[in-house]
Design a protein around this ligand. Structure first.
Ligand code: ADP
Length: 482
């Protein structure tokens, strides 16, 4: 079985613990590789390496143009290895190869974009209200960044953090999910090949409660950038706040997909399906609530069910497969438990509603695409993040009713509106409490568009030009010019 190594200061090494964690393939339920079971000593070594690369100036004192050039070189190596890294991700998270390859092919754009942005960060001269002084600002990197990532899109979500962080001049220690660390460990090797100074990018694998918490608590870490569940995010944010560390949090969602009767219903149907069943519902932006205008509710649900029933399940490596397994066993059990809770609350299962027993699903952790009707906002299934292939359909009467239902959850990551009325689209986009609003589309993301949560869905924004300032601090310099 393949054994991976930690990546610290440009060196591949085992954990100081001498222990390993088996990493499982969700399609077979079997171990396919081992990752180091890291501990606090590994975290300290990685943070010290990142701190040395920062404080010695090896990284932040390269010119921004040189940093940008290295990031663009890294982009080219990712392009070269996209298929290989995507295959590794599928082994670990069971998402469709087509999707993971698509992500890997898109990731280089983050490094091109922020590589190009590195030398466009400029301070300002200040038109002061005081005579005899001259003042200007500088934007300086924060220092060592801890990046803690989840299992659903390990390298894609990592790129959102490290491309701006490295462009800004920060150095990084990553703690990937213990369920899906292999691709991040392979990715780390590309930094050496591209010629990055040692210590700029380090990876420590292991359990969140041991390695993740030691990383957040390390005094030399200046900023924590986290993507994951809101429960873990809250705990990490509190630990970071205790030491007045900067933090960015990209947490969960309960995103509404809102279909008005005047929409292109065919497009809306595809949007609703991909919104929830892509990645087996395991995305923070999953459109897990489908709000349908009452006048078209029954006909739309019928169409949706007929289409979703044709989904091909099976081997995620096959380009024919449309719905793969759930990534982890605990998650599989959690999703099934949520379906039972919904049933007990009075929801009606109009499609799926159980584990998948189709022959092509083998021993994998598969759940049938599930559609629930008779759902209302008083039910847990309408309020809590499931992170699985479970869609709750809720009827609404008019715009005001749709807004009331859509905003009546504690999350605010994304929302979509399907309508042919431009005025309505604009009104809804203004009033929906969500960091991203899509009109007549779903799941679109880009390195250029800021992404992040309202309400309990997070703090800070990733992507777009402003994301580089999440890794910079501003200094005002005053000169007494007499
Ligand atoms: P999910 O796996 O559902 O995204 P989490 O939000 O718990 O769940 O995990 C996201 C990341 O946070 C993983 O890398 C995990 O190991 C890490 N993590 C979990 N608990 C902690 C913790 N207490 N401190 C730091 N990191 C943690």
């Amino acid at each position: 079985m393949k054994r991976y190594s930690l990546q610290i200061a440009g060196q591949a090494q085992p954990s100081a613990s001498g222990q390993w964690i088996a990493t499982l393939n969700p399609y077979t339920g079997e171990a396919w590789a081992e990752i180091p079971d890291g501990n606090a000593a590994d975290v300290d070594a990685a943070v010290q390496a990142a701190h040395t690369a920062f404080s010695s100036g090896a990284w932040p004192q390269l010119s921004a143009t040189e940093r940008g050039a290295l990031l663009r070189k890294l982009a080219m190596l990712i392009e070269r290895d996209a298929d290989k890294l995507a295959r590794t991700e599928v082994m670990d998270n069971g998402k469709l190869f087509a999707e993971m390859r698509g992500q890997l092919q898109y990731i280089p754009q983050w490094f091109h974009y922020y590589g190009g942005l590195a030398d466009k960060v400029q301070g300002a001269t200040l038109p002061l209200d005081k005579k005899g002084y001259f003042a200007f600002t500088r934007h300086e990197p924060l220092g060592v960044v801890a990046a803690i990532t989840p299992w659903n899109s390990p390298l894609f979500l990592l790129a959102w953090k490290i491309a701006p962080a490295l462009a800004a001049g920060c150095t990084v220690v990553v703690k990937p999910s213990e369920f899906t660390s292999a691709s991040t460990l392979e990715f780390a090797e590309l930094f050496n090949e591209a010629g990055f100074p040692p210590g700029v990018f380090n990876v420590v694998t292991g359990y969140g409660a041991k390695v993740g918490s030691a990383l957040v608590a390390h005094p030399l870490v200046a900023k924590v950038s986290f993507t994951g569940s809101d429960v873990t995010g809250r705990a990490i944010n509190q630990a970071a706040a205790a030491q007045l560390k900067h933090s960015s949090m990209e947490l969960g969602g309960k995103s509404p997909n809102i279909v008005f009767a005047d929409a292109d219903l065919e497009q809306a149907m595809y949007g609703a399906i991909s919104g929830i069943f892509a990645a087996t519902g395991q995305t923070c932006i999953a459109g897990s609530r489908l709000l349908v205008q009452r006048s078209i509710h029954d006909a739309f649900v019928e169409r949706l069910v007929a289409f979703a029933a044709t989904a091909r399940m099976g081997d995620p490596m096959s380009l024919e497969t449309q719905v793969g397994p759930v990534t982890t066993l605990p998650q599989y059990e959690k999703v099934l438990a949520y379906i039972n809770i919904a049933k007990a609350e009075g929801a009606q299962v109009v499609l799926g509603g159980s584990k998948a027993t189709r022959a092509e699903c083998g021993k994998g952790w598969f759940i049938e695409p599930t559609i629930l009707t008779q759902v209302h906002n008083g039910m847990r299934i309408a309020q809590e993040e499931v992170f699985g292939p479970v869609l709750s359909v809720i009827p609404f009467d008019d715009e005001a009713d749709a807004l009331r239902i859509a905003n009546d959850v504690r999350f605010g990551l994304a929302a979509a509106v399907w309508t042919s009325d431009i005025g309505r689209a604009l009104r809804m986009s203004e009033r929906l409490q969500a960091g991203t609003v899509w009109i007549n589309t779903y799941r679109a993301v880009s390195f250029m568009a800021p992404f992040g949560g309202y309400k309990d869905s997070g703090l800070g924004r990733e992507n777009g030009q402003s994301a580089i300032y999440e890794y910079l601090q501003t200094k005002s310099v005053w000169i007494n010019s007499g």
